[in-house]
Design a protein around this ligand. Sequence first.
Ligand code: PEP
Ligand code: MN
Length: 340
Amino acid sequence: MIVILKEHPNPKQLDNLKAWLTSMGLKIHESDGVNHQILGLVGDTSRVDIDLIQALDIVEDVKRIQEPYKNANRKFHPRDTVVTVGDTRIGGGHFAVIAGPCSVESEEQIVGIAKAVKAAGATLLRGGAFKPRTSPYAFQGLRATGIELLLEAKRETGLPIVTEIMDLSQLNLFEDVDVIQVGARNMQNFEMLKELGHLHKPILLKRGLANTLQELLMSAEYIMSGGDCEVILCERGIRTFENYTRNTMDVSAIPALHTLTHLPVIADPSHATGRSAMVRPMALAAVAAGADGLIIEVHNDPQHALCDGPQSQTPEEFAGTMEKIKQVRKLLFDGNGGVE
Ligand code: PEP
Ligand code: MN
């Protein structure tokens, strides 16, 4: 339920209203609409008498929210959420590119790629330390050492790091990680989502392989109900009958999510296509559809990569993609094409 207040509400009456709502066990989420302040009520609102609230001097309107996601709902929070990571902002017109290898393989590899993607304009470094692989015989990641090496690359380049957690038992290793990624396979690991919500750290939440947008938003709601509002959503392709591409990139998810939620939405053209030659066109499609950022896999030697080589761009290809991204953003969004 949302309570839309009249302009300049009497502060004492507003305090009374908030105290009354809180006494009914409701949590209040305050935000600013275009002209009006909004109180979003989270909890069991079935006992709340709408007519009683509507009759108050300070209240313009009261509406029930039909969707099961409340904190993530744009009706609750009309303005775009901007997530800040170091000097980078994502959302609300701020565009960011996360780039790096699928997996951290060695110090030389991660530091070299970090320097190359930074030079091309990426503002965050990705790299998997814990890898969710279909086969138990495939490279599983360098685990704790991988995180150490990412931190070394951060020290050398200043780029904040994004890496995936696969299980809560790994959480103590993520203290210095800037953005914790929840991968597609863990999108509905509800116990993990609840715990991550208490951290107050940006979370990159990837859409599950066969999950609807509402399910993705309910997973964001799990994190946000713990108090953490810094969730970045990621469209990374979904399962369809098509198997030429690794997944099918649902570009329409980007404008749809922007309507449904205030959270930033980024796209992952690498996992969506599984083919390096398709990464640039799909990155540009996502930019044109209004994505707030991209996550792109880059490897110095894709042919010998321990994971996801076929979908990885070389640093040179990535630099070319960055140039095109800037051109498309400049053309369509009338800005300076800036990537923050
Ligand atoms: C990844 O980013 O390396 C990854 C495993 O992604 P996803 O969870 O989208 O498959
Ligand atoms: Mn990968």
